[in-house]
Design a protein around this ligand. Sequence first.
Ligand code: ZN
Ligand code: FE
Length: 305
Amino acid sequence: MLEVYPVLCRPDYMDNYAYIIIDSASKLAAVIDPSEAAPVIKKCNDLGIKPQYILNTHHHFDHVDGNIELKNKYNAQIACNSADMHRIEGADIGLEAGKTFSLGESVAEIIDVSAHTIGHILYYFKSDKILFTGDTLFNLCIGGIFEGTAEQMFAALQKIKSLPDDTLFYPGHEYTMGGARFAFAYNHGNEDIQKYLTQARERLSSGLPVAPMSLGEEKKCNPYLEVSTLAEFKSNWGFYSSYKPNGLTTLVGVERYLTIPWHSAPSKLGVFCKACNKKALPKAEPFYLYQIRTICFPNLHRFLD
Ligand code: ZN
Ligand code: FE
């Protein structure tokens, strides 16, 4: 069995999740995407473990910055896509898509999802029904396309969609509320999205990550997984710029979920109401600024201040 412990890193700024995973049979442990060393070391101390491996999904700084400190402290080995070894400092083990990585008795299939970056991989622990999605799939949204194409992102999402509905997925960031407004509107505030957001709110209110959600729940509520053709995906890539709030139902519906407390104090990064330029949202991700700005209701600040 695989135990999973999320560790929030860069809170209030990027809200990365590193994950400490432990194979219960062998007690071997690994850290997935250590954005920072300090919070990971603290959690390892709490758990009384020393990770033998560091596993990276991709090379971005907010996923690898803790690598070297942890490698040195624990004499751990860094594993990543073999194609990314040249750009991940201190990489020891090159992984190949289609092959596996074993942490004791827990075996991860390595799935290539090149799009966010070329060489981005997922770790899919098939028998445990656990999937680490890095910056490809988040709750209710997806990662930006930095190095690949829309075609590649669509193909990557189809690979994820082909996995069983009862798979639990763990994303690289807490971006749920960044995607919530659009997902709510896209799903016309239906029962599925309401259920999803209620669950998300409960978890965040208790200081927990929204993850893990099941892929089955995600397929019903994440607009990017809901589209079924490349044409639809591409035309919807402008989702955020084309969406216009269309009535009170949406406004009231979204408002109910905007009172969700974050893990930590509101960010200095703000989004500003188009109508009055007053700070409109308690926090926003830089990558998602545009998305939130364009769906910002003229009087959004009225219930957020
Ligand atoms: Zn990234
Ligand atoms: Fe990231």
